[in-house]
Design a protein around this ligand. Structure first.
Ligand code: NAP
Length: 232
């Protein structure tokens, strides 16, 4: 009998996270949806439940910048799934712009706290149950900015390069414990984040979500530690 898929998606209120939630529930996964905006989470949850039933999705308002809120989200997920999480998707992210010599400490630390430390916090919270179950995948939404420099986005760029290091370390530490880890590095995607960036979209949120769904459902364990570019 196939094992159930229990997926936690951060940044699931819109954009790439929402597109993944739609694809994952269509494939029979149950999902915990995390973001700060309650109204966006409520709207996604309602849409998914109408399509796939009341038990397919559970919204948890959670700022991944807060260890306490991530712990609360972990506890809510444990109650909802009544079993171990199988996939964690670290997708929540922000971008704030400014030249390096005009970037203040708050812009720098807020960006790192959400994009990098947030992904660390969420991974840390769910890893023990995955290791105990000897099954799990931790996915990271990095960026093509993790392969190049991106003017006016130093903190964002640094956070996305660092995510690849976190992903690869997580893959090595958990290789013998049945837990795999991969990252997706998208180019410009037609989401709210791209608005005002000056970049034209090269792909849809669905394109990136398809790649994440492949890594969550289909990819062989041997792909652990892979950083997949989806450049458009
Ligand atoms: N769009 C692109 O061109 C592009 C390219 C490469 C990589 N990416 C990456 O893709 C990921 C998803 O972005 P997107 O393009 O889908 O942008 P988006 O539409 O702005 O979605 C971002 C999601 O993250 C959530 N979020 C932001 N800060 C959070 C926090 N502190 N705690 C919890 N959730 C938080 C947002 O909800 P709330 O604001 O309600 O919290 C929202 O649901 C990001 O990591 C981004 O860096 C995007």
């Amino acid at each position: 009998m196939p094992q159930p898929h229990h997926m936690v998606i951060t940044g699931a209120g819109r954009g790439i996270g929402r597109a993944l939630a739609e694809q994952a529930t269509a494939r029979g996964a149950r999902v915990v949806l995390c973001a700060r905006s309650a109204h966006e989470l409520a709207e996604v949850t309602e849409t998914l439940r109408q399509r796939h039933g009341a038990q397919c999705a559970h919204p948890v308002v959670c700022d991944v910048g807060s260890t306490d809120e991530v712990q609360h989200m972990h506890d809510e997920a444990a109650r909802f799934f009544e079993g171990p999480v199988t996939t964690v998707v670290n997708n929540a992210g922000i971008v704030r712009r400014g030249l390096i010599h005009e970037t203040d400490d708050a812009l720098w630390s807020d960006t790192l706290n959400v994009n990098l430390t947030g992904a660390f916090r969420v991974s840390r919270a769910f890893l023990p149950q995955m290791r105990a179950a000897h099954r799990g995948r931790v996915l990271f939404v990095s960026s093509i900015s993790a392969t190049l420099g991106s003017p006016t986005a130093s903190a964002y760029c640094a956070s996305k390069w660092a995510l690849v290091g976190l992903m690869k370390t997580l893959a090595e530490e958990n290789r013998a414990h049945g837990v795999q880890s991969m990252a997706v590095l998208p180019g410009s995607v037609d989401t709210q984040m791209l608005v005002g960036s000056g970049f034209a979209p090269a792909m849809t949120a669905d394109d990136v979500a398809k790649t994440l769904a492949f890594l969550a459902f289909d990819a062989p364990d041997a792909m652990t530690s892979s950083a997949i570019e989806v450049f458009g």
